[in-house]
Design a protein around this ligand. Structure first.
Ligand code: DAK
Length: 260
């Protein structure tokens, strides 16, 4: 499927997914949500050889400046929850993707943009990045998981402050709070994200995918994370990759994992 609002490039096995609505600061309209849903449910799982995904925004000003405010006005009474559910569904797909998905935050990450970045496994902030959940300025609350994932990442007190005031924070503050994993000079966000994906690609692929599931399980109120870890640990010890990793250690050579 050809996408109007997503740009896809694969460089040395790393897929760069760019939200491409620069004139609207990459705001997430419903078409973009539909395209992201198709990408993460159909296209990305078929690309077995990719090492991971870097998610970024077109241009130098914004990662994603939120859900598309102009489009909100077309939402009819009673439809809001359906819109939120569609967004949350695709953000869960990102969060549970079996290979690393890293947000390269190259500017404003506001509202749905901050929520999109938080659904990724890690966030690299350019020095000019600005994060915030300004929904209350519009008389709404975050609808794409922001009230949950911001608490998970930075704790209740600060999350409450940002969500209730709508204040924006810069890259250094986001880093200090644990919202951004790294801060890099402007223009180096994608390169840093690629570097981390390249490092993860040298590890056991089954282990990486199972580790993602276990970390996410911590936040699943219906799952006993410790029991789940025991179960998935067992799936990793039954792999050829584990035998290869342990043998390579003993033989003092780099492991050659096959993802089996
Ligand atoms: N939506 C649509 N267009 C946007 C936009 C957005 N979120 N943000 C910026 N733009 C557009 C501007 O309208 C402008 O377009 P033109 O007027 O030139 O056609 C263009 O991008 C450039 O923006 P500015 O001229 O405003 O640029 P500045 O440098 O002056 O300001 C800014 C940059 C990021 C501070 C400012 O654009 C801004 O405050 N943007 C809005 C930030 C924001 O409030 N974002 C929305 C957060 S609320 C829902 C589910 C989820 C959500 C909502 C509903 N349902 C289930 C219904 C989530 C909501 C949010 O994300």
């Amino acid at each position: 499927m050809a996408y109007d609002n997503l740009d896809i490039k694969v460089r040395k096995g790393v897929l760069i997914l760019t939200i491409n609505r620069e004139k609207a600061l990459n705001a997430l309209n419903q078409k973009t949500i539909e395209e992201l849903t198709h990408f993460f449910s159909v296209s990305a799982p078929r690309r077995k050889k990719i090492k991971g995904i870097v998610l970024t925004g077109a241009g130098e000003k914004a990662f994603v400046a939120g859900a598309d405010i102009k489009e909100f006005l077309t939402v009819k009474e009673g439809e809001g929850s359906d819109f939120a559910q569609r967004g949350q569904d695709v953000f869960f797909m990102i969060e549970n993707f079996p290979k690393p998905v890293i947000a390269a935050v190259n500017g404003f990450a506001l509202g749905g943009g901050c929520e999109l970045a938080m659904a990724c496994h890690m966030r690299i902030a350019g020095a000019q990045a600005r994060f915030g959940q300004p929904e209350v300025n519009l008389g709404i609350i975050p609808g794409y998981g922001g009230t949950q994932r911001l608490v998970q990442l930075i704790g209740k007190g600060k999350a409450m402050e940002l969500i209730l005031t709508g204040d924006m924070i810069g890259a250094e503050e986001a880093h200090r709070l644990g919202l951004a994993n790294h801060v890099v000079p402007v223009g180096e966000e994608v390169a840093k994200a690629r570097e981390i994906i390249e490092k993860i690609a040298t590890k056991g692929p089954v282990a990486v995918s199972q580790a993602i599931k276990c970390v996410n399980a911590y936040y699943d109120k219906l799952v006993d994370g410790f029991a789940y870890e025991v179960k998935l640990f067992g799936t990793t010890t039954d792999t050829a990759d584990f035998r290869e990793g342990a043998t390579a250690f003993v033989e003092r050579r780099p492991a050659e994992f096959k993802g089996e």
